[in-house]
Design a protein around this ligand. Structure first.
Ligand code: EPU
Length: 446
C-alpha cells in the first residue's frame, strides 16, 4: 500500500489539465454492454476504478482494446457470463452498473449485493425496485442480486418515481429502459452532468432518451442499440479539488480542460469565501486566493447544489478561513472520517452527527494520517499541502481509484509530494496480520 509524503507550505503555481470524469466513465463503459457493436470512449481518466471496470467487462466476455492510454474500444458481442462477482463488487460498488445493461440485453443478470462502505450503508434498493417496475423478477440469493426479465426476455417500460435522488440508480434504470418495450418515465431522477453525458452516449448508440439533466427523463425503448464514439466530460470534482489546492496554498493555478458550468455551486461558494476565480475561456479557469479566506456554511445536496464529493475538500479549506463554518452532510450518513484526521493535524472541528463546525484559521502541522475513502484522501492531501512540516498519508490506493496521478499533477505545479511505494513483501506481511482493517476497508466507495 503506497503512501504520500507531503512537505507543506509551498504555494502552487502553474497550469494543470483536468482528466475525464471517473463517475461518467464508469456508466459509459457499462453502457457498452447494451450492444454487440463497438463503443469507443475517449478521455477516460487513467484511474484504478477504470481499470477495475475494464476487468469486469472482460470477465463478462467483452474485448477491450486500448489504442491510446485514455481511449477504450469496447466490444461486447460475445458476452458469456452474466455475473459480477463479490471479488469485484467489493472493490468497486459501481460494478452494480452492469445490472441494468445485462438485464436489458440478455434478460438476466447476477450481481453481488454491495455491502456498506466507509461513507455509509449505501443500499441499492431503489435500483432493484425500479427493475421490478420494469417487469423484472428480482431475488436475493447467497448475497447476490439475481434479476430476470419477464417472459419473452424483454423489460417493459414503466413510470418510476425515485423516493430519493440516486445517481447510479438513475443510470442503471436509464440503461435498462433503452431496450425495454415501450416508454419509461423516470421521475425525481438525478440531474448530475454524468447523467447527461451517459444519455448523450446512449442517444449516439441509437437510444431515444429525452430530458437528461432534468428530474424527469423519458426513454422510448428500441429493439437494439449500435456502436458509437463518445468523449467523456471533464471531472468536475477533480476541477474543484484543484481550485481548493490553489486557494489553500495561497498560490495561483490555471486549470485547463475543465467545464466550469458543471460546478457552478462549488465555484459560487468558493467565490463567497473569497477565492478569486476568473473564467479565462470556456474551459480554463484562473484561481488565486483573495486577501483572507472567510468561513461560510455549506450543506451538501444533489446536483445542481453543492456536491457531497467536494465536502471533505471544502472542510480542509475552512480550516484556513476566518470564523466558524458549519458543514452539513445530507447525502451520506458517515462521510466525516477525514475530520478526525484533520484534527490530528491541529484543525478545530466539532462533530455533531451530520454537522461539522470548523473554526479557523488554524495553523495545521504535518502528521501521519489515514485515508478512509477517495474524497477524504483528497482532503488530507490538501491539508498536507498547507501544513507546516511533513504529512504522511497512508492507504492512498483510495485516491488512486478516482484521481489520475494526482501527485504528478501537484508536483508539476510546485508541491512537495512523493509517493512512497511499499514492497510486495511488506504488503503480504500486512495482509497476514497487522492490518486486517485496511484489507477490510478495500471495499469501495465510488
Ligand atoms: N440510496 C438509497 N437507495 C438506493 C440508492 C441510493 O437509499 O438504492 C441513498 C444512498 O445511501 C445515499 C443517497 O441515496 O444516501 C445517494 O446515493 P447515490 O445512489 O446517489 O450514490 P451513488 O450512485 O452510489 C454516486 C457517485 C458517488 C457520489 C454519489 C452522490 C458514482 C460511481 N458514484 O454514488 O461518488 O458521492 O453519487 O453524488 O457515480 C466518489 O466519486 O467519491 C463517490 C463516492
Amino acid at each position: 500500500m503506497d503512501k504520500f509524503l507531503i512537505t507543506g507550505g509551498r504555494p502552487l503555481k502553474g497550469a494543470v489539465a483536468i482528466s475525464g470524469a471517473k463517475n461518467s466513465a464508469l456508466p459509459c463503459m457499462a453502457a457498452a454492454l447494451l450492444t454487440a457493436e463497438t463503443v469507443i470512449l475517449h478521455n477516460l481518466p487513467y484511474a484504478r476504478d477504470i481499470i477495475t471496470q475494464r476487468r469486469l467487462l472482460e470477465d463478462l466476455g467483452a474485448t477491450v482494446l486500448t489504442p491510446e492510454l485514455r481511449t477504450h474500444k469496447i466490444n461486447a458481442s460475445h458476452i458469456e457470463v452474466f455475473e459480477a462477482p463479490y471479488e469485484l463488487v467489493k472493490t468497486m460498488r459501481a460494478s452494480v452498473l452492469a445490472l441494468g445493461p445485462l438485464l436489458a440485453r440478455f434478460g438476466k443478470a447476477k450481481v453481488s449485493l454491495p455491502g456498506g462502505c466507509a461513507i455509509g450503508t449505501r443500499p441499492i434498493d431503489l435500483h432493484l425496485r425500479g427493475f421490478e417496475q420494469l417487469g423484472a423478477e428480482v431475488r436475493l440469493e447467497g448475497g447476490n442480486v439475481v434479476a430476470r426479465a419477464p417472459q419473452g426476455g424483454r423489460l417493459i417500460g414503466a413510470t418510476i418515481s425515485f423516493e430519493k435522488v440516486t445517481v447510479t440508480g438513475t443510470e442503471n434504470l436509464l440503461m435498462a429502459a433503452t431496450l425495454a418495450k415501450g416508454r419509461t418515465v423516470l421521475r425525481n431522477a438525478a440531474c448530475e452532468p454524468e447523467i447527461s453525458d451517459l444519455c448523450e452516449l446512449l442517444n449516439r448508440m441509437g437510444a431515444r432518451v429525452r430530458g437528461a439533466g432534468t428530474p424527469t427523463i423519458e426513454i422510448d425503448g428500441v429493439e437494439a442499440l449500435g456502436g458509437a464514439q463518445h468523449t467523456i466530460i471533464p471531472d468536475r470534482i477533480e476541477t474543484g479539488t484543484f481550485i481548493v489546492a490553489a486557494a489553500i496554498t495561497g498560490g495561483e493555478l490555471e486549470i485547463k480542460d475543465c467545464q466550469p458550468e458543471h460546478l457552478t455551486a462549488v465555484i459560487a461558494k468558493l467565490r463567497e469565501v473569497v477565492v478569486v476565480i476568473e473564467d479565462l475561456n470556456p474551459s480554463t479557469l484562473r484561481v488565486k486566493r483573495g486577501n483572507a479566506l472567510l468561513a461560510s456554511d455549506v450543506s451538501t445536496e444533489p446536483h445542481p447544489n453543492f456536491p457531497t464529493d467536494m465536502q471533505a475538500q471544502y472542510m480542509a479549506l475552512m480550516t484556513q478561513a476566518e470564523g466558524h463554518a458549519t458543514i452539513t452532510e445530507t447525502i451520506f450518513e458517515n462521510r466525516f472520517m477525514h475530520a478526525s484526521e484533520m484534527q490530528r493535524m491541529g484543525a478545530q472541528i466539532h462533530l455533531n452527527g451530520r454537522i461539522a463546525t470548523v473554526s479557523g484559521p488554524t495553523k495545521l502541522t504535518g502528521a501521519p494520517v489515514l485515508a478512509s475513502d477517495l474524497r477524504a484522501s483528497a482532503s488530507l492531501v490538501l491539508a498536507g499541502l498547507v501544513a507546516q512540516g511533513e504529512t504522511m498519508i497512508e492507504r492512498v490506493y483510495h485516491i488512486d481509484r478516482g484521481y489520475e496521478r494526482i501527485e504528478a499533477k501537484l508536483r508539476a505545479v510546485g508541491a512537495d509530494i512523493q509517493r512512497i511505494r511499499e514492497s510486495v513483501t511488506a504488503q503480504l506481511t500486512d495482509a497476514a496480520g497487522t492490518d486486517a482493517a485496511a484489507i477490510a476497508s478495500l471495499s469501495g466507495t465510488s
